[in-house]
Design a binder for this molecule. Structure first.
Ligand code: SF4
Length: 353
């Protein structure tokens, strides 16, 4: 296990804590869609709906992208890279909840994924088109092939009492803003609380990743919010990286044969190739600087939503490690291949499936 050693102090976030929880009614109980004639239309975003780190990142990356999202636009069709990560997150959340509730153990975790969670995920995606459903099945196959190795690599994850909190969502008020998001879990190591953050990646550049994590926006956003919500100091972030298998299905290869090939690839390359965990400790200066900058970003976001800041394109953010989904929209100026069905905070709503 790699370690990044930094001194951790936690007093500011604790002191600034306004432990007041924002109401959670919107994500679970209230539909964010209203019925139209033959189609559904998302209700417009309001600041009271809350701000997630992904919204802020989108706004900071390109205001035009944020505007498309606020207007409810999303591309029609598959989003392969996001789909695998969403599925893995969802399964881990439910697996760790089942561990906490003494429903499963290390020995029964694999069977629980196969017989309980995978059918639920298929049911959730039953309205997907044939091409997308193929992708869903491939996600299930890939993760199901990896998962026995994951359990063997991290047996302590499946021990009773491992997880202090697996509630899944945070929703907290900070300096007049409602901060929302999902946490992957809180665990205890040497009597200190740690926040688990899981990422699925096709490529892992360890050196750059370690440097980038020292000021990672998502980690610090989640750390701040979780300290506020739990009212307890958190030592740091356990950054849990899972490599997405990038083996392609052969033209004449059956699905079971492909699963077998993934299994062998993991055996040959070792767990360390597929699973990595980094312990990141943030010190007081990191947290202070983050909080000082976060309030500026939130104020800008608020002004933008209220129409007090102009919208413009940031062409430097179109093509990169991930291509912006709105390239066709910006290119043609028309929403061909897009539908106005995007629901604010969908990831929080979908977590409840
Ligand atoms: S394509 Fe480029 S300019 Fe258009 S929304 Fe995306 S990042 Fe912004």
């Amino acid at each position: 296990m790699s370690k990044k050693k930094k001194t951790a102090k936690k007093k500011t976030t604790k002191k600034k804590a306004t432990k007041k929880k924002a109401t959670k009614k919107t994500s679970k109980k209230k539909s964010t869609r209203k019925k139209g004639k033959g189609h559904t239309k998302p209700q417009p975003y309001k600041l009271e709906d809350g701000i997630s780190q992904s919204m802020l990142m989108s706004f900071l990356g390109c205001r035009q992208r944020m505007q498309y999202q606020l207007d409810g636009w999303e591309s029609v069709g598959t989003k392969d890279s996001l789909r695998f990560g969403s599925y893995v997150h969802w399964t881990l959340e439910h697996l760790y909840k089942a561990v906490s509730a003494n429903v499963i153990t290390r020995r029964t975790a694999v069977a629980y994924l196969e017989t309980h969670l995978n059918p639920r995920w298929r049911k959730h995606n039953k309205s997907a088109g044939p091409k997308e459903m193929q992708g869903v099945e491939m996600d299930i196959l890939q993760w199901s092939a990896c998962f026995p190795h994951y359990v063997a690599c991290y047996p302590e994850d499946f021990k009773k009492g491992k997880w202090v909190d697996v509630e899944g969502q945070f929703d907290v008020e900070w300096k007049g803003f409602r901060l929302r998001g999902m946490r992957d879990g809180i665990t205890r190591i040497n009597r200190k609380l740690w926040m688990l953050e899981t990422k699925t990646k096709s490529r892992i550049d360890e050196g750059t990743l370690m440097e980038a994590l020292t000021f990672d926006f998502q980690n610090l956003f989640y750390l701040l919010a979780n300290v506020l919500e739990l009212g307890k100091p958190i030592r740091g972030v356990l950054y849990n990286v899972i490599r997405k298998p990038n083996l392609k299905l052969g033209q004449k290869e059956s699905m079971p044969a492909h699963a077998q090939r993934i299994d062998e690839h993991i055996e040959d390359n070792g767990w360390d190739h597929y699973f990595k965990r980094f312990e990141i400790i943030y010190d007081q200066a990191d947290l202070d600087r983050f909080a000082d900058e976060l309030i500026l970003k939130l104020q800008d976001f608020k002004a933008f939503v209220e129409g007090k800041l102009p919208c413009y394109r940031n062409e430097g953010d179109c093509v990169g490690r991930w291509n912006c989904e709105y390239i066709p929209f910006c290119s043609s100026g028309k929403p061909v291949g897009f539908s106005q069905t995007r629901v604010p905070h969908r990831e929080l709503i979908e977590q409840n499936i």
